[in-house]
Every structure is written in C-alpha cells, then in structure tokens.
Design a protein around this ligand. Structure first.
Ligand code: FA5
Length: 345
C-alpha cells in the first residue's frame, strides 16, 4: 500500500469513527487516538525514515493536510454534539402555560398609612407642602415658642416624656410650625401639612395611646381668616366621610391659637340624628384648630401686624376609628394581621 493510500485509509477510518460519536468524552478519546502523541500519526511518521529524501517533503505535506482534515471533522462533530445538547435541554424545559399558577400573597399598607396618604393627597391638591420634623424635640419648640412658657398650667394638657430638662418626645406636631416659620424667616407666606408620630404620658385605653399620629396644618399669609379655616375643614370632612357632611366649630382653648376651636363633624352613621357612635349628639369631635396666636407669629419672626395664620391638628387614629368603625385604638398597634388585612384595597 502506497503512503498516499495509507493516509487516505486513515482519513476514512477517522471519519467513520467521528461521525457516530455522541459525547464530548468519546470525541476527546478519538482525538487522542488519531492526533495524540502516541496516536496513529506517530506511527505514520515512522514511515518517513524509509522514504527517499526527495519524497520526504511531499509526504510531510500530505500528512499535515490529512491531520487538518481530521481535526476539521472533530470540530464539526463537536459543534453538532453541542447543538444537540442545547436542543435537548430546550425541549425538556418547555413551559406548560396551561399549568395552574402559584398564588402570590401580597401585603397591604397599614390603615394609618392609608389615612395619612389620603389626607396628604387632599391637601397637596389644595397647594399645601408636606413638611416633617424630629420626634425628639426641644422644650423651646414644643412648648415655649408655642406660647407655653415653663410652668404654664396648659402644659398639663399634654403630659410629657422628658429626656433631659430641655429635650423631650414631642407631644404634638405643632413644633413643625415653629421650625418652618423660623426657616422661612418671616418673609413669605406658608402653607404646610406635617404628619408624624407624637408621644404623651397618657394611660392606654380604648381612645388613648401613649404614641399616636397627628397631622398638623398651617397657613400663614396676609389675608387668611377663620372663614378659610372653616372652608378647609369642611373639605376634609367631605373627603373623609363623604359629601354632605357638616362641621361645627366650638370655642376651646390652646395657648398657641386665639381664638381656638374644637371641630366636630356631623355623624356619618346617623347623619346628625344621634346614634351610639356619636353618643346621641349627632356630632363627632376630630381635631383642634384656631387662628395662630400673635405671640407665636412674633416668636417665629413674623410681623403680626402684617401676617395672619390658621392652624389645625388632626388626631389620625381617632379620624380612622370614626371612618372605619374601629372601637379600640390599640388595634392599630397590636400588629394583628387579621385586623390589617381588612383594609386591603
Ligand atoms: C393638640 O395637640 C394641638 N397641637 C392641636 C392644634 C394644632 C390646635 C394647631 C390648634 C392649632 P390636642 O391635644 O387636642 O391638640 O390633640 C389633637 C388631637 O390628637 C385630638 O383631637 C385627638 O384626636 C388626638 N389625641 C390627643 N391625645 C391622644 C391620645 N393619647 N391618643 C390618641 N389620640 C390623641
């Protein structure tokens, strides 16, 4: 058999071997069998020494070409094996869109968050800006600048957690009024809404909590009046309890407003006729409000001969209790999921 025939025979047998291969592992074995150090070609090269000198270059060339052809077969088979593997995997992983899905359980925002957001949306629509202040506050901002000097008897209305003599957990959101007025510096009108947590040394019961939420509102400009305050609160009543609510302002006392009022909303349950929710009166008390006391304006850098203001402080839990018929404030804080889930929208 001539050398050429021998090379051809090797090429054919390699092709036969390679084309039936199905795994990478076998392919590597065949590669070693033909092209490896001790492979078929190492024997072929031994023939070289028996050849006359002039035939050696063409023998070398033919051997190399044969090796290249075998290498090409191997690479083609490698590509084929990989493709088959990917196709097999794809066919195995087909998604059956007819299978029933897994139910995803989703949570919901706490009712208090929902009520705060509802009120924020309403007030943003009326041009108010949302402001926040610290829960650890100074005595000066929580009381003194609000016309409640040390030893003022009205401090008893807000029993306080003191941290030091001059720092405390804020008892209401009214200090944010002071912070904002001082920041603006008496030069511009103000229209803000301040939601946040407040703290009092009240004993917890069905309508009192030592920690609760308030929403403070403050408007300061050159023309504002009691009529604007009343119109704003009527808007709140209608938004929170439905169209047709009426409101009633009763004289009250806060050192930081003069005159001061307690605001009642006509009972949404009995429409003012009297029921157990409004304790037979037809009215429900929801917030405190008034015209900002001149001393407060002056203490915060506003000229009280030029500027006037109104302010209000809503108890968020109490409002939510009335709106959703909740009879114990502690339910907001016991983290009972059965309670929370009732308010999923
Ligand atoms: C104030 O805190 C005033 N800063 C409100 C205010 C602001 C008046 C601006 C005038 C101008 P009062 O102490 O009444 O007011 O509290 C306001 C509301 O907070 C109450 O109407 C009530 O709804 C709620 N509230 C008071 N104490 C508690 C408590 N312990 N637990 C839950 N809610 C309470």
């Amino acid at each position: 058999m001539s050398v050429l025939d021998k090379l051809k025979a090797i090429q054919e047998s390699a092709l036969e071997d390679i084309k039936v291969i199905k795994s990478m592992h076998e392919l590597n074995d065949v590669k070693a069998k033909y092209l490896g150090k001790k492979g078929v070609f190492s024997d072929v090269m031994k023939l070289m020494k028996d050849l006359p000198n002039e035939e050696r270059p063409s023998f070398g060339k033919m051997t190399n070409e044969t090796k290249q052809v075998i290498l090409k077969y191997i690479e083609e088979q490698r590509t084929l094996i990989e493709r088959v593997k990917v196709e097999e995997q794809l066919s195995k992983e087909t998604i059956d869109v007819t299978l029933p899905g897994k139910r995803m359980s989703s949570g919901n925002r706490h009712l208090l968050t929902q009520v705060v957001e509802e009120l924020e949306d309403l007030f943003i629509g009326m041009g108010y800006e949302i402001m926040e202040g610290p829960e650890v506050e100074t005595d000066e901002y929580n009381f003194e600048k609000l016309n409640l000097p040390k030893d003022h008897p009205a401090r008893d209305m807000q029993d306080t957690f003191y941290i030091t003599e001059d720092t405390l957990l804020r008892t209401h959101t009214s200090p944010v009024q002071i912070r904002t007025m001082l920041e603006v510096g008496g030069t511009e009108p103000i229209k803000i809404l301040c939601p946040g947590k407040v703290y009092r040394r009240d004993d917890d019961d069905a309508t009192h909590s030592h920690q609760f939420m308030q929403i403070e509102g403050l408007v300061v400009d050159e023309t504002t009046s009691m009529a604007d305050l009343k119109g704003t609160l009527l808007e709140v009543a209608n938004k929170m309890f439905g169209e047709g609510r009426d409101i009633r302002l009763r004289p009250s006392y806060f050192p930081f407003t003069e005159p001061s009022v307690e605001v009642d909303i006509s009972c949404h349950n009995c429409n003012g006729k009297g029921c157990n929710i409004c304790k037979g009166t037809g009215w429900i008390e929801v917030l405190g409000a008034g015209i900002v006391n001149n001393n407060v304006l002056e203490a915060s850098g506003y000229d009280s001969t030029k500027y006037r203001g109104f302010a209000f402080g809503i108890g968020v839990e109490r409002m939510a209790m009335l709106k959703y018929g909740i009879n114990d404030i502690r339910q907001f804080y016991t983290n009972d999921l059965r309670f929370n889930k009732q308010f999923k929208k």
